[in-house]
Write a new protein. Structure first.
Lengths: 245, 333
């Protein structure tokens, strides 16, 4: 991986090893949906599965703290930008050996934001899937999930899909619960299941991140400097000069 | 990578496609420059032939229209099933389509079917020797990742608005229409609820927008007071603000909310996620206020202020009120 030299905040200067790892925001919503489905429709077992090095264990502990039953980590050495085909392939290989009815993923990760891992898992398992779902309801009589999601321009699609299925979860009104301290402490004692990398064949990545660069400037981005009062006066004057207020 | 065959997939709804669809040809033209033998539109949906005729005329590329009746339950799964035989027959080296909520249901399935790589949210293309590198936002838009595919077919989901295609006069359309038999799908579209976006928002001359950085729901009042100083103004929010119920969803700006293009866009505590930028990039003048000097929004702003909103917004409101008064006094003199 090559990082360009920039005056500040080049990822090359960032010590990833010192980063506080946490669950992606959309994954928190996915865990919340799983817990709520169980609370509404009764008993079922919920596993949280991740791929990564020891640091990824934190994500599982958070999920267990929220109420998930079991945590599984597929060991992979650290890679800040892994291929979605590798991660999706490993998760699909793990899930294939289980009898899950429903797999939930965050719609995208907070870091790479590609939104591919969930659909790749579903594709490899030959399961139907829906992306960007924010509301899930189980229809007990027909045994299908009724899902709602947003599409372009604020329109909402209502879709139905039978089980087994995979959904990627978009953020919604139901904020993910915050684990109680006592539950987090218990989660810290929980023996996580760790699968050595060699136990599942590592799938081809198909693609790789070759460079990280600062974003292109879309506009001038002139920064107003000074004290807060001075900045406020300058901005007010600028808006007035431009006839905007 | 050699792009000998390129398929551009367009989704049609009653003969209409997303307005950025034609721009996909700008990317594929660059990929295909020397080696291309075939670029083809695959237009799928209702009245696909109308849309295909437009796209073929605008670009000079032939189009295949795959007609699906409007009343069919059109899901991502159905589109993949309908497209599959054509793609297996054509075996394109590159498949390009727009990065939209709908296409997120297709891209991985298409990539797996063709044993292809898959790059989503593509914003730009740079060549490294002969090899194309596709750039996309990562880490909340603070950085761009350059992604390279292995030597294999490639599916590209291209973010609307980042490529511009110059129309090639009006050539005559080369069209072929097919009515594929519809497969049985496991996903079913039950209903589409229309947008609830308020006209007050899309027609506002000034939009004051709140992001997570405003800190608490109480500060919405501060934004309303600021907005009240501008004529024809509206208060809007990013997705996360609407998720938190600080503002109703019909006030959301972004890919899944409203697209706005006001004279003035005042982004308060907005980080600048790509999904939000897509909803406001047409604004004439953008001012960003954020306490994080590295927030991506500053790259998409004409003017930026690094300040805490709690302290800065009252000062700004006071300064604007004073400016107004000064102008009046000046006018009297």
């Amino acid at each position: 991986m090559t990082f360009p030299d920039t005056p500040s905040q080049s990822p090359a200067d960032i010590d990833w090893a010192g980063t506080a790892w946490q669950m992606s925001r959309y994954d928190e919503y996915a865990v919340e949906v799983a817990l709520q489905l169980r609370e509404t429709y009764g008993a079922s077992r919920i596993d949280a599965i991740t791929v990564g090095d020891e640091n990824a264990g934190e994500v599982l502990r958070r999920a267990i703290g929220m109420g998930v039953d079991h945590g599984v980590r597929v060991q992979q050495s650290f890679d800040m930008f892994p291929s979605p085909f590798t991660i999706g392939g490993l998760l699909a290989a793990y899930a294939r050996e289980k009898t899950y009815d429903l797999i939930l993923c965050g719609v995208m990760s907070d870091d790479l934001m590609q939104g591919l891992v969930g659909s790749i898992i579903a594709g490899l398992l030959r399961w139907p899937s829906l992306t960007s779902v924010h509301t899930v309801d189980y229809r007990e009589t027909s045994g299908v999930l009724r899902c709602e999601r947003e599409v372009e321009g604020g329109r909402q699609e209502v879709l139905e899909v039978g089980l087994p299925t995979l959904l990627t979860i978009q953020s919604g009104i139901q904020a993910p619960r915050y684990p109680a301290l006592s539950k987090l402490l218990r989660a810290n004692q929980y023996p996580l299941e760790v699968l050595p990398a060699a136990s599942l064949a590592t799938p081809m990545g198909r693609q790789r991140v070759c460079a990280i660069t600062p974003p292109e400037r879309l506009r001038a981005g002139v920064m107003i400097e000074g004290t807060a009062e001075s900045k406020a006066r300058q901005l007010a004057k600028l808006l007035a000069t431009k006839g905007l207020c | 990578m050699s792009a000998r065959k390129v398929a551009i997939i367009a989704e049609a709804e009653q003969g209409k496609t997303n307005s950025a669809t034609l721009d996909l040809a700008a990317l594929t033209a660059r990929l295909a420059e020397n080696e291309c033998v075939e670029v083809r539109w695959l237009v799928v949906g209702s009245n696909a032939a109308d849309a295909g005729t437009e796209l073929s005329r605008g670009t000079g590329y032939p189009a295949v229209a795959l007609e699906i009746p409007r009343e069919a339950s059109i899901t991502g799964e159905l589109l993949v099933e309908v497209l599959h035989p054509f793609l297996m027959d054509m075996r394109p080296d590159v498949i390009a389509l727009l990065h939209t909520s709908r296409s997120q249901d297709l891209v991985a399935a298409l990539a797996l079917a063709l044993d292809a790589a898959c790059i989503t949210g593509v914003q730009s293309l740079v060549m490294q020797g002969d090899a194309p590198v596709f750039r996309r936002a990562v880490l909340g838009g603070k950085w761009m990742a350059g992604i390279q595919a292995d030597d294999r077919p490639l599916v590209l989901a291209v973010l609307p608005g980042y490529f511009k295609f110059e129309k090639v006069g009006r050539t005559s359309a080369v069209m072929e229409t097919q009515r594929p038999s519809l497969p049985v799908t496991r996903t079913r579209l039950i209903e589409v609820k229309e947008s609830v976006t308020e006209a007050a928002l899309t027609q506002a001359a000034t939009v004051v927008a709140a992001g997570r950085g405003i800190g608490s729901e109480n500060n919405i009042d501060l934004l309303s007071r600021l907005a009240a100083l501008f004529p024809k103004s509206a208060v809007a929010g990013s997705r996360i603000v609407c998720d938190g119920e600080w503002l109703p969803y019909h006030r959301q700006v972004g890919v899944t909310g409203a697209m706005v293009a006001p004279e003035l866009y005042l982004a308060c505590g907005i980080s600048g996620a790509i999904q939000h930028l897509a909803g406001m990039s047409g604004s004439r003048f953008v001012v960003a206020i954020n306490s994080d000097p590295h927030a991506a929004i500053f790259n998409a702003a004409d003017v930026g202020v690094v300040e805490d909103l709690n302290t800065f917004l009252p000062l700004l409101i006071e300064a604007i009120e004073k400016t107004g008064t000064d102008t009046d006094e000046h006018g009297l003199r």
